[in-house]
Unconditional design. Structure first.
Length: 161
């Protein structure tokens, strides 16, 4: 009888925990909100952006493939502007370095900004930094090194549903 009582109490406690999690911010509502925030939608965008130093050498310009980004420009060393159907103020940009098409050894750093000073509003501004590349160069520097034009990357904009 004692085992049945312990099993019943454990089952009741598990059910109670499940109900509490389903109605609290840590439960189902939060999970649904987070998945809606990062789930790709028809408004999302992806691109494979070449290193600026490779734009003319591979025959595909600034991007080898893209869906949703209409233009990639390069206003300054290590700075790329991505324009497309995804609104930077209502989305998140995921950046992944493309080791196969980059001209530098890793590690590198990729950063992005919403409506940055170089690219203006409504455009993603992406910065590429290289370790060990002319550390005496002028310009903005991350702890990993200076801005450089030898990094290729993949960009994926996740738009809120």
């Amino acid at each position: 009888m004692n085992r049945r009582r312990i099993a019943a109490v454990a089952a009741f406690a598990s059910a109670l925990v499940a109900v509490v999690l389903a109605v609290t911010p840590l439960g189902g509502a939060a999970v649904r909100h987070i998945s809606a925030l990062i789930a790709p939608t028809s408004k999302s965008a992806v691109a494979q952006v070449n290193a600026f130093n490779n734009w003319g050498s591979n025959g595909c310009g600034s991007t080898c493939s893209r869906d949703g980004f209409s233009m990639v420009t390069h206003p300054d060393t290590g700075i790329y502007c991505l324009t497309g159907r995804a609104d930077p103020d209502h989305s998140m940009l995921e950046l992944t370095a493309d080791a196969q098409h980059s001209n530098v050894a890793f590690p590198i750093t990729l950063m992005w900004d919403r409506s940055g000073p170089e690219c203006g509003s409504g455009v993603y501004e992406v910065y590429t930094f290289c370790e060990g590349v002319d550390l005496a160069a002028t310009g903005p520097k991350a702890p990993e090194g200076p801005l450089c034009d030898d990094v290729a990357f993949f960009a994926q904009a996740f738009v809120r549903a």
